[in-house]
Design a protein around this ligand. Structure first.
Ligand code: AMP
Length: 215
């Protein structure tokens, strides 16, 4: 099963992608995580990406497409994948279609959420620096000692989750990524979910929709 999780930052794509990927035993491929790893490792890509990410802007399409191209050829992608945070521009969507001969995805799960809720959620988001597990001060709080229950790493607020950067990222989302909703709707691939509910309710809605693909 090949899925894209599409939506503004803070709509819960990463959390849900993790759960659905575990359930179906397919990898969650998050370009944001790949880039953050490169930043942490201090690679050439990481150094270039950090400046862009800290500004809340998008890393150039060709860099992202090269990353995805090599990732999708790894053996764990054979039975499918969840693309989380990719594609983020029309150029990336077209690049992915080309790469997969127009057969890149079974469905695009679109996470719909009002902007005010997004800002509240993103500024409340916390993440484990070691394993990337996400938490939220509102509906999925981290333990009080900020130690990750999965791996023991430190739980922090990402620099690009601070309010000013979040607002900038939402402007970028509206301009560059929102047009993908129409792109995939026109191709009959879009499944819209109400992302503002509780984590479990949203997961069930996604599972129900995904099951209809297998039916
Ligand atoms: P995310 O964790 O998906 O919110 O991504 C964090 C940051 O990484 C974004 O604000 C972008 O700067 C960069 N990024 C992640 N995925 C992409 C992508 N598909 N295209 C361009 N930039 C990306």
């Amino acid at each position: 099963m090949r899925l894209i999780f599409l939506g503004a930052p803070g709509t819960g794509k990463g959390t849900q992608a993790g759960a659905i990927a575990d359930k179906y035993n397919i990898p969650q491929i998050a370009t944001g995580d790949i880039l953050r790893r490169a930043v942490k490792e201090g690679t050439e890509l990481g150094q270039k990406a950090k400046v862009i990410m800290d500004r809340g802007e998008l890393v150039p399409d060709q860099i992202i497409l090269d990353l995805i191209k090599s990732r999708l050829t790894e053996p764990d992608c054979e039975n499918g994948y969840i693309l989380d945070g990719f594609p983020r521009t029309l150029e990336q969507a077209e690049g992915l279609d080309q790469l997969m001969d127009g057969d890149a995805v079974d469905a695009v799960i679109y996470f719909e959420m009002p902007q005010d809720t997004i800002i509240e959620r993103v500024t409340g988001r916390r993440v484990c620096v070691s394993c990337g597990k996400t938490f939220n001060m509102i509906n999925n709080p981290p333990p009080e000692d900020n130690v990750c229950p999965r791996c023991g790493g430190d739980i922090i607020q990402r620099d690009d989750d601070k309010e000013e950067t979040v607002r900038k990222r939402l402007v970028v989302y509206e301009e560059k990524t929102a047009p993908l909703v129409t792109y995939y709707r026109e191709r009959g691939r879009l499944l819209t979910i109400d992302a503002s509910g509780a984590v479990d309710a949203v997961r069930k809605e996604i599972e129900t929709k995904v099951e209809t693909l297998n039916a």
